[in-house]
Design a protein around this ligand. Structure first.
Ligand SMILES: Cc1cc2nc3c(=O)[nH]c(=O)nc-3n(C[C@H](O)[C@H](O)[C@H](O)COP(=O)(O)OP(=O)(O)OC[C@H]3O[C@@H](n4cnc5c(N)ncnc54)[C@H](O)[C@@H]3O)c2cc1C
Ligand SMILES: *[C@@H]1O[C@H](CO)[C@@H](O)[C@H](O)[C@H]1NC(C)=O
Ligand SMILES: *[C@@H]1O[C@H](CO)[C@@H](O)[C@H](O)[C@H]1NC(C)=O
Ligand SMILES: *[C@@H]1O[C@H](CO)[C@@H](O)[C@H](O)[C@H]1NC(C)=O
Length: 238
């Protein structure tokens, strides 16, 4: 009972502070963002979604935290391939556009959406390839753990993944990743063998223990949004 009476005032303070910091600060998109959204729409018309379109509104309403829906980017882009990501990064860099990267949209604080900028929604990068003989699985960052476990289950394999089905693969690994198997196998990211990365100048590269090891170790710690990672390869655990 003592605990409860202590907890309530603390909760009240936290709520008051949160409501004084609105997430939907109105921002007039600047010229560079308009240039980015226009250039991307012209090159990748089916992948760019503007406010008011059904796909934009749908994606805005699939964040875990409701307040993220109020963070309105000037356009949302849904790359379907690594080369789409490369083209998008080149365009964003050319015009210095603010951007955000979203995989599963499960982060509880702001980061995977951006007021007045460009949001890359990686939901279509949802490859799951189990290479049973090599003991590997290749995962697109836009997957949710529910799909990954379902795809691995027929092989009687699993891996060091999220504890909740709706968490996204991308953010989980870039934040380290605490799994039900972590006591035996460490953080989720300890099990990654290769990251396919897109740099801000559009370069696509593999980062692993022998190729770009500096970027490999960076990705294993805190790469969130410093590079966009379309595909991850890691070792499954039987
Ligand atoms: C209900 C719930 C249960 C959870 N359970 C667990 C758990 O069991 N274990 C655990 O470790 N964590 C857990 N978390 C925390 C969760 O793993 C992190 O919030 C993680 O960042 C979510 O990843 P996401 O892809 O869904 O999120 P997003 O919001 O899409 O992304 C999170 C961050 O990573 C960045 N990012 C995502 N993908 C990429 C990419 N491909 N390239 C560059 N940057 C990228 C985004 O920009 C953002 O900053 C849980 C969270 C919730 C809400
Ligand atoms: C638009 O925003 C970008 C990124 O914040 C900035 O570099 C650029 O100078 C801005 N452009 C204008 C016209 O304000
Ligand atoms: C992109 O950046 C990387 C890392 O700085 C560099 O090695 C590469 O040459 C650059 N590519 C282009 C096309 O500028
Ligand atoms: C590491 O990157 C190199 C260069 O792209 C690639 O040939 C190799 O297959 C990668 N290793 C793994 C484990 O993916």
């Amino acid at each position: 009972m003592k605990m409860l009476s202590l907890l309530f005032p603390l909760l009240a303070i936290a709520l008051t502070e949160a409501s004084q910091t609105p997430l939907n600060v109105p921002t007039v998109p600047n010229d560079s963002v308009q240039l980015c959204c226009t250039a991307l729409s012209e090159a990748l018309p089916s992948l760019v979604h503007l406010p008011g379109s059904a796909e934009y509104e749908h994606q805005q309403h699939t964040y875990f935290i409701l307040q993220h829906t109020d963070i309105q980017p000037s356009c949302r882009v849904s790359p379907a391939t690594t080369s789409d990501v490369s083209f998008i990064m080149t365009t964003l860099t050319k015009h210095s556009c603010p951007f955000a990267v979203r995989s599963g949209g499960h982060m509880t604080w702001a980061g995977s959406n951006v007021v007045g900028g460009v949001t890359l929604d990686l939901g279509r990068l949802n490859e799951i390839t189990v290479e049973e003989e090599k003991g590997l699985v290749k995962l697109g960052p836009g997957n949710k753990w529910s799909s990954v476990y379902a795809a691995m289950e027929p092989y009687h394999l699993t891996t060091v993944g999220g504890r909740m089905p709706e968490v996204g693969v991308g953010g989980f690994f870039l934040g380290g990743g605490i799994s039900l198997l972590s006591f035996q196998h460490g953080f989720g990211s300890d099990n990654i063998l290769n990251y396919e990365l897109v740099l801000s100048n559009g370069t696509i590269l593999n980062a692993n223990a022998s190729s770009h090891p500096d970027l490999f170790w960076l990705s294993n710690s805190e790469a969130q949004t410093s590079a966009s990672s379309p595909a991850l390869t890691f070792a499954p655990t039987s």
